[in-house]
Write a protein that binds this ligand. Structure first.
Ligand code: ADP
Ligand code: MG
Length: 321
């Protein structure tokens, strides 16, 4: 039987040269930001049965739980530095731990983000990660920084993760090929770190958020914090390759309010359009201009002809359902 300390040593303690002065093993890790930089810090918790299905593939889960945290750093424009991992496990299952830590470190290493500590306990499967990133002071892409006249942009594509969820719920059916593509969007999202860092470094963007609960809800947070409104061209929203082949209504609904997209929604001055397209190309992430920030409060969705489209959409709220 694997003890708590064997488990940490075997699966999570990988001494390697990193940014932390002191990593796993003492009462605290020691970490200093690079001279003159600010730390950006964010926590995300994933609970079995709430954020992922019981019995979910452990490697994908390892990927997803660090991906959603890196996505928060991306949305602030911060460079990933380190993370902590708090784990509640029903049992110390070596096969599960091997797969989970494999998925976790494959993505963390790709962003040079070092595991510096955590906590391990027995309990219903819960994974809580805190990420630490760094950022030049004054460059964070804050939710309260959108300005009237800004363009609204979206990275990548929307809605395929939500489409996969509809299939798991038996609300919809896809052929195996498209289902595999949609499911990979849901299980292994790609955090848009390089794009976020470029937008903050420019600075090219004013405000940003990562889309986890659906565009309408998440953009709504920018609008509320910035005390502005917005108009979105609903048919300009970049549907994922699988959702793009479905009917117009579903496309609109899952693009506007799908959730689990982990794309960036950001606002930027029109003067930066060419620089944003160039930065996106360099980051290897497509961007699409989908609307504008207005002085009139509220969010308006319009079709290609400029006619208001009423969809009764709301973002996902854990306590509303
Ligand atoms: P404490 O008794 O101070 O809470 P622990 O015995 O829980 O310390 O942890 C011992 C060391 O292992 C600490 O440095 C802690 O940060 C680290 N640690 C515990 N669990 C994990 C984990 N899941 N991943 C990474 N590091 C961990
Ligand atoms: Mg502890």
């Amino acid at each position: 039987m694997l003890s708590e300390f064997d488990l940490i040593k075997r699966y999570f303690n990988r001494p390697r040269p990193g940014r932390a002065t002191l990593g796993i093993g003492d009462d605290c890790a020691l970490l200093a930001p690079a001279p003159g930089m600010q730390m950006a810090i964010s926590t995300d918790m994933l609970v079995e049965g709430r954020h992922f299905f019981a019995g979910a593939d452990a490697r994908m889960l390892g990927h997803k739980c660090i991906a959603v945290n890196l996505s928060d750093l991306a949305a602030m424009g911060a460079k990933p530095v380190a993370f902590t991992l708090a784990l509640a496990l029903p049992a110390a299952d070596p096969a599960w731990l091997e797969a989970f830590s494999g998925g976790l470190f494959a993505l963390a290493d790709a962003f040079d983000c070092e595991l510096i500590g955590g906590d391990t306990t027995k309990g219903p499967l819960t994974i809580c990660i805190t990420v630490f990133g760094e950022l030049a002071p004054g460059h964070a892409l804050r939710r309260d920084a959108a300005k009237v006249g800004d363009d609204i942009w979206i990275s990548g594509t929307l809605g395929d993760a939500r489409l996969a969820l509809a299939c798991y719920w038996d609300d919809y059916a896809l052929d195996p090929g498209p289902m595999a593509i949609a499911a990979s969007r849901m299980h292994t999202p790609a955090p848009r770190v390089a794009l976020g860092m470029a937008l903050a470094a420019g600075p090219l963007a004013h405000a940003a958020i990562d889309i986890s609960d659906g565009l309408v809800g998440d953009l709504g947070h920018i609008l509320a914090a910035s005390q502005v409104g917005a108009t979105l061209a609903v048919d300009a929203l970049p549907a994922g390759p699988v959702l793009g082949a479905q009917d117009l209504n579903l496309r609109r609904r899952f693009c506007a309010a799908g959730g689990d997209d982990y794309e960036l929604c950001f606002t930027a001055p029109a003067a930066n359009r060419a620089a944003i397209v160039a930065a996106a190309l360099a980051a290897g992430t497509a961007v699409t201009r989908v609307g504008s920030i207005d002085a009139e409060p509220g969010l308006r969705l319009v079709d290609g002809g400029g006619t208001l489209v009423s969809m009764g959409l709301a973002g996902f709220d854990h306590f509303a359902s």
